[in-house]
Design a protein around this ligand. Structure first.
Ligand code: AMP
Ligand code: MG
Length: 409
C-alpha cells in the first residue's frame, strides 16, 4: 500500500493511547442537568418496576375458583390506579379494576371489560374461564430491584433519563465535561462580519467545529484565528493546553511553507500519527502537548468536517468516558449514481440516502466531491464509504453508507 495509516489502525491507536477519564473528578448531578453527560458508575435500580402486581387492562379482577362455580358474579368493589381495593373480597364476586391499579390479593386473572356483559341487577357475566395470569403485570417484570439498569460509560439521553426518573433516582454521578480549545490558522482567514480584502476568505472551520463540539456536550475555549507565524503557533498552543483537555486546530497541517502545525507540535509535544489513508482528510495530526491532547484538522472545510467526524468525534467520546465510541452506524445501500474512486484511500463521499418505493435503501452522490467544495456537503445526509482498494463504482452496485445527522444534522 501507500504507507499511510488506515482509519482502523488510527482508531486502534487512539483506543490504546487515550485514557478513560479519571475517577477523582466525578460530578454528582440532578437528572434535570444530566442530559448528554456520561455515567461515571453503574446505576442500580433501588426498586422493582412494576413495584406491585397491577392490571394491564380496564376490566374485572377474578378468581378462577369463583368462575368455576358460576360465570355470573357480583361486584365486590373497585380498584383504581392509586386507590387500591382494600375491603374483604367475598366468595363469588369480582373486583372492578382499572389499568395500572393494584391487583387485589387472590386475583388469578383480569378480564377485559369488552369481554363481559353487565346485567341489569349489577352482576357481571363472563363468557368463559380466562387463562390464569392474563392481563396482570407482575412485580419486577420490567426492572428488578438491584439490577444494573445503566452501565458506566453510557450517555444519558432523553430515553435513559426518564427511565432513571421512573425508578425514583434523583441524582447521577457523571464524568466532567471535556474542555476543548479551538483555533483556526491561516493569514488568509477573516472572521465573519468583516469585509474581505483580496486573497482573504472567511473562517468556516472554527464555527463548524464549535457547533459539533456543542452537540458533543464539550466546554469550548475559543482561541480565535492565528496568523501563519511559528512563534504565535507555539505561544498559543502552549496557552491553550494549560486550560483544555484537548486542543483542536485547523489548517497549516500539510507540507506547505506556511504549515507550522506539525513543526510546532513536534517541538513542544509529540505527533502520534499524521497522515491517513482517507479521502478527504489525508493530513490530520493527532498528538500530545504537555498537558492536553492535540488534533490538527486539515484546512479545507470539507476535509475538516470529515476528519472531525471520523477521528475527533471518537477521540472526544473516549476522553469523555463514553464506552460506545467506536461504532458508527453503517447501512448497506444501492448507489443510483456512478461514483468516481481511485484505489489507495478510504473515501468518504457525500451522499443523500432514502428508501425507495420498493423499500430499498438507495443513495446518490450529491455531486461535487472536491474537498474545497462545501456547498454540496449541505445537500447530503450521509457519507458513502468506499473501501480503500475499491475503484470506480457503477450505479446499481452495493455500497456502505454512514448517516451523519447525529452530529451534522
Ligand atoms: P491549509 O491546510 O492551511 O493549507 O489550508 C488548506 C485550504 O483550506 C486553503 O485553501 C485554506 O485557505 C483553507 N482553509 C484553511 N483554514 C480554513 C478555515 N478555517 N475556513 C475555511 N477555509 C480554510
Ligand atoms: Mg493555511
Amino acid at each position: 500500500m501507500n504507507g499511510l495509516l488506515s482509519l482502523e489502525q488510527a482508531l486502534d491507536l487512539l483506543d490504546s493511547q487515550l485514557p478513560l477519564p479519571e475517577g477523582n473528578h466525578i460530578e454528582c448531578l440532578n437528572l434535570t442537568h444530566a442530559q448528554h453527560r456520561i455515567l461515571a458508575e453503574d446505576v442500580i435500580s433501588p426498586i422493582n418496576v412494576p413495584s406491585f402486581d397491577n392490571s394491564a387492562m380496564d376490566g374485572y379482577a377474578v378468581r378462577l375458583a369463583d368462575l368455576k362455580n358460576s360465570l355470573t358474579l357480583s361486584v365486590a368493589g373497585k380498584s383504581f390506579a392509586g386507590q387500591p381495593f382494600e375491603q374483604e373480597w367475598p366468595a363469588q364476586s369480582v373486583v372492578r379494576i382499572m389499568t395500572g391499579a393494584m391487583i387485589p390479593a387472590g386475583t388469578d386473572a383480569v378480564v377485559m371489560q369488552e369481554e363481559v356483559t353487565i346485567n341489569p341487577d349489577g352482576t357481571v357475566s363472563f363468557k368463559a374461564l380466562p387463562k390464569a395470569n392474563s392481563n396482570i403485570r407482575r412485580i419486577g417484570e420490567d426492572v428488578k430491584q438491584g439490577e444494573v439498569i445503566l452501565k458506566k460509560g453510557a450517555k444519558l439521553t432523553a430515553l435513559s433519563l426518564p427511565l432513571l426518573a421512573s425508578l425514583g433516582i434523583e441524582q447521577v454521578k457523571v464524568f466532567p465535561r471535556l474542555k476543548v480549545a479551538i483555533l483556526s490558522t491561516g493569514d488568509e482567514l477573516v472572521p465573519v462580519g468583516q469585509p474581505l480584502q483580496t486573497g482573504q476568505i472567511y473562517d468556516t472551520n472554527r464555527f463548524a467545529v464549535k457547533l459539533m463540539l456543542e452537540k458533543l456536550d464539550c466546554e469550548i475555549l475559543d482561541f480565535g484565528i492565528l496568523p501563519d507565524d511559528e512563534a504565535q503557533f507555539e505561544q498559543t498552543f502552549l496557552a491553550a493546553q494549560t486550560q483544555a483537555d484537548l486542543v483542536i486546530t485547523s489548517g497549516g497541517v500539510s507540507v506547505g511553507e506556511a504549515d507550522f502545525t506539525k513543526t510546532v507540535l513536534e517541538k513542544i509535544g509529540q505527533i502520534n500519527f499524521w497522515k491517513l489513508a482517507i479521502k478527504p482528510g489525508k493530513p490530520f495530526a493527532f498528538g500530545k502537548l504537555p498537558q492536553a491532547w492535540f488534533c490538527g484538522l486539515p484546512g479545507n472545510p470539507v476535509s475538516a468536517l470529515v476528519t472531525f467526524y471520523q477521528l475527533v468525534q471518537p477521540i472526544i467520546k473516549k476522553l469523555q468516558g463514553h464506552t460506545d465510541w467506536k461504532k458508527p452506524q453503517k447501512i448497506t445501500a444501492l448507489t443510483t449514481t456512478d461514483l468516481k474512486k481511485a484505489p489507495g484511500r478510504l473515501d468518504f463521499q457525500r451522499g443523500f440516502y432514502s428508501v425507495n418505493e420498493q423499500g430499498q435503501t438507495v443513495v446518490q452522490s450529491v455531486g461535487f466531491q472536491g474537498s474545497h467544495m462545501f456547498s454540496a456537503f449541505v445537500a447530503s445526509n450521509c457519507f458513502i464509504v468506499l473501501e480503500r482498494e475499491r475503484g470506480n463504482v457503477s450505479a446499481g452496485e452495493t455500497v456502505t453508507i454512514e448517516p451523519f445527522s447525529d452530529l451534522l444534522g
